[in-house]
Design a protein around this ligand. Structure first.
Ligand SMILES: [Zn+2]
Length: 100
């Protein structure tokens, strides 16, 4: 396979990051711009895993993947349901970032 994606490359695709807690199955979408603000644009995507913490159970065992659209099985990024607030960076202030 090719080299891991960087956060900047994921942003270029226009997608956010879907996260899943391996302990309690809590899940949510973290905005890519929030990750870049805290981790820098050149962080490789696999490194994101160690930076996330579940807000439901506190576990750091978080799976993350780009929230590709059109896969069907991926939760849609719907601002109305607030799902992007369910998970946040360990040190991040709650600061929803709105595109557009
Ligand atoms: Zn959890």
């Amino acid at each position: 396979m090719s080299d891991p994606l960087t956060l900047a490359e994921i942003k270029d695709y226009g997608v956010d990051v879907f996260c899943w807690c391996n302990r309690c199955s809590h899940n949510g979408v973290v905005e890519i711009e929030l990750l870049i603000a805290h981790c820098g644009p050149l962080l490789s995507f696999p490194s994101v895993h160690g930076l996330l913490r579940c807000q439901a159970c506190g576990s750091k065992d978080i799976a993350a993947r780009p929230n590709w659209r059109g896969l069907g099985v991926v939760a849609r990024h719907d601002p109305a349901n607030g799902s992007e607030r369910h998970l946040s960076l360990r040190q991040a202030a709650h600061r929803p970032v709105r595109r557009q």
